[in-house]
Design a protein around this ligand. Sequence first.
Ligand SMILES: Cc1cc2nc3c(=O)[nH]c(=O)nc-3n(C[C@H](O)[C@H](O)[C@H](O)COP(=O)(O)O)c2cc1C
Length: 401
Amino acid sequence: MLNNKKILIGICGGIAAYKICELIRLYKKNGADVKVVVTPNALNFVTKLTLQTLSGNEVFVEQFNIDEYKPEHISLTDADIFVIAPATANTISKIAHGICDNLLTTTACAFNKPFLIAPAMNNNMWENTFIQENIAKLENAGYNIIYPSEGFLACGTNAVGRMREPEEIFEKTVEILNTPHNNPLHKDGEHLLLSGKKILITTGGTKEKIDPVRYITNNSSGKMGIALANAASRMGANVTLISTFNTPGPFENIVTETAEDMKTAVEEHLPEQDCIIMAAAVADYKAANYSEQKIKKGNENKISIELVKNPDILKEISSIKSSATIVGFCAESENLIENAKTKIQNKGCDYIVANDISRKDIGFNSNENEVYIIDKNLNINHIEKDTKDNIAVKILENIFE
Ligand SMILES: Cc1cc2nc3c(=O)[nH]c(=O)nc-3n(C[C@H](O)[C@H](O)[C@H](O)COP(=O)(O)O)c2cc1C
């Protein structure tokens, strides 16, 4: 499975470091050439001798070697993938900020091919705002993250933070190496599937204001749209992402709040687009009368807010004669395919991507999804459960190939 593949493994100072011995064995058994770079702290958890014996190669740790001229951080980049496992909170944060203070972080900064990062840490560390921000920053920049699972942690709790098992990291590595367009840093001039295309993507749940402090919104995390924007950029497209929150990434980002604002932004950008993907969860209704002042609590036990229909952005842009391919999303809790077929006929768009929001393991807020792509002729293409990043690549391939 991995013949002729060169894998660089980066091990950090976390208790899960011992599990990497098994990962090296799996890579080697499947034909890969494996090199290992460790942080100095990692050697508290696993020995150089073990790693050297298993990988069959010298283990790299020293950044400065005065005996001979060998800039290891450059020579180590001659690999097809850099797998950092376990990735500590410390090293994740350093990579996300371009810090190069040991051989592993310096090599990461110089590496311009796919990464796979397998975080492992205590659950409070994992939930820390800054760690979450740094993970999101790396993911938005195209780094593959294999998210930690829930399970027994070395600190004695049962919570999220456990590194994925070596077999899962191995499978993800094979998948990345076999997936085209997974390289975050493609070379200028290289022809990619979406080279020269302009793509507009909307994402997030709109916020419909009731008064200066209250609004109506929904559970959409925006992750699917962000994954599409990142994937389309990596595949060579010039991407504009209209989102309901600030989203850093290799694309132009326009932040809008309400359905009306989003409609205006979409219409402004419509003429020059080759494709428009409406992944945002646009509120169907908004408050009929926005109150300039905060609505005060009175003596009434019941109050009503009158709602009026929002514009149907997907239907309106589909009715405009343009050469752009228009893709809508539908989130259904029952009769998924039937409702999706009705929706594509009602809206008049070219494709509908349907996902089942009644399932707890996919969709809203999840990092995974499973979708059905329905075209104008009602042909159905099922994309099986996968990470939203991989689903995004498959949706784009389906539309453009
Ligand atoms: C016994 C022990 C286990 C640790 N396990 C983890 C861990 O699983 N994840 C993590 O982020 N840090 C863990 N740490 C803390 C890191 O070792 C520490 O933050 C260190 O600076 C990481 O350095 P590195 O990222 O350069 O390898 C652990 C520390 C100790 C003493």
